[in-house]
Design a binder for this molecule. Structure first.
Ligand SMILES: Cc1ncc(COP(=O)(O)O)c(C=O)c1O
Length: 415
């Protein structure tokens, strides 16, 4: 254990967003100024330079996920990629035209990101049937679970690769194989997975895959959708019309600087992926061991091993979540997913795993990244232990628990 206090505040919320790698910024800079051309300008060198840059970036994104560059569509991020994939495929493969009911069946999972759930909800209003299955208590989704709900009219399955709140990952290659056997289109929201884990859309049987720049040390506001071109050739209907860019799948002048940044970020992730994962796993193990050794009534949520190395989600019994966050202001973490922490609802992801409201409220998502150091983890671990102990000192319920009283059995009088 080191005695030095690291520079504060400490950022441990990389699942919400990552800093841009300086090498990414460096690669982007010339495209704001000297090489500012529109890649659609086919008749001068400014346009050609921009187009070359976009082509190079497209190849880099494709290389990271084992795709062909023609299969990559640039978007504004995973929210857009998910919308394009889910609505685009549902409308393309619909069994009946718009305005009618029973247009086709879609399968997803209740602990998906809202950027998947909301497009599914929209499609339900537009005449599709949607089945949302529950994950297992460890957060995983298996091939058998999907197989059990497939129907003759199922046209699309969408299952995230790794969950943003608990880091647990799913049997994507097996689910993809099932979908291919049944002739069903398979989409995965791989926002939290790509760049951290080896990915090959071909052998992993994925038809449509969403990824986002700002989760992998690239810029915000840029992402991509992979659309399979062979076995099967997947077709989608564009959501946005206009100048016909991105082969008609996504109209609008390309975000050249963002795309260059995304390409560079993909290249960098590929370079150090395995060593980075090993380093972060050691840090996470250290943090989890520290905290669980020092504190009782503490639970690590999600699957014990099928979990992204850089992320942990821990619930602390007998602690009020907001007070815990307030006590730990110098450490940036999440008390649920970044996108739901604005509301005080307990995390729907943790609820889906069967975690009770109290524990869900008092959970921390801690996600480390490329520049997280051992000193930061030591410091964060110590501060978390100190804060939980202080809050428990004030908790009559914790005292009762220590006296052996089962507080779930107490009948509280209402006045
Ligand atoms: C699993 C998952 N899907 C989708 C998104 C949305 O991505 P973006 O911010 O690129 O729109 C996020 C971001 O939090 C995410 O974690």
């Amino acid at each position: 254990m080191s005695n030095t206090t690291p520079k504060l505040p400490i950022y441990l919320d990389h699942a919400a967003t990552t800093p841009c790698d300086p090498r990414v910024v460096q690669a982007m800079l010339p495209y704001f100024t000297e090489m500012f051309g529109n890649p659609g300008s086919r008749n001068h060198s400014f346009g050609w330079a921009a187009e070359d840059a976009v082509t190079k970036a497209r190849q880099r994104v494709a290389d990271l996920i084992g795709a062909d560059s023609k299969e990559i569509i640039f978007t504004s991020g995973s929210t857009e990629s998910n919308n394009l994939a889910i609505k685009g495929a549902a409308n393309m493969y619909a069994k009946k035209p718009a305005g009618q009911s029973n247009r086709g069946h879609i399968i997803s999972v209740i602990h998906e990101h809202k950027a998947v759930l909301d497009p599914c909800k929209r499609l339900e209003k537009e005449g599709f049937d949607v089945t949302l299955i529950d994950p297992k208590a460890d957060g995983t989704v298996t091939r058998e679970m999907i197989e059990a709900v497939i129907r003759d009219d199922t046209i699309l399955v969408t299952v995230m690769w790794a969950n943003n709140e608990i880091g647990t990952f799913n049997e994507i290659p097996q689910i993809g194989e099932l979908c291919h056997d049944k002739g069903i289109i398979f989409h995965t929201d791989a926002t939290q997975w790509v760049g951290k884990m080896p990915t090959n859309v071909k052998t992993d049987n994925v038809d449509l895959l969403s990824l986002s720049g700002h989760k992998m040390y690239g810029p915000k506001g840029v992402g991509a959708l992979y659309v399979r071109r062979r076995r099967p050739r997947v077709r989608i209907i564009a959501l946005q019309e206009g100048g016909g860019q991105e082969r008609g799948f996504r109209a609008g002048t390309a975000n050249v600087t963002g795309i260059v940044g995304l390409g560079k970020a993909c290249e960098l992730c590929a370079q150090d992926m395995d060593s980075e994962r090993e380093r972060l796993l050691k840090l996470r193990t250290k943090l989890e061991t520290m905290v669980t050794d020092a504190l009782d009534v503490t639970q690590i949520n999600g699957h014990p091993t099928k979990r992204l190395a850089h992320l942990t989600n821990i619930s602390f019994g007998f602690v009020e979540g907001e007070s815990l966050m307030m006590a730990l202001k110098e450490i940036a973490m999440s008390s649920g997913s970044a996108c739901t922490s604005a509301s005080l609802e307990p995390s729907y992801v943790l609820k889906a795993l069967g975690v009770g409201d109290d524990l869900a409220h008092s959970s921390l998502r801690i996600s480390m990244g490329r520049w997280t150091t051992e000193e930061q983890i030591d410091y964060a671990g110590e501060k978390i232990i100190e804060a939980v102990n202080k809050l428990r000192d004030l908790s009559p319920l914790y005292d009762m628990h220590n006296e052996g009283i089962d507080i779930t059995k107490i009948e509280w009088a209402a006045h």
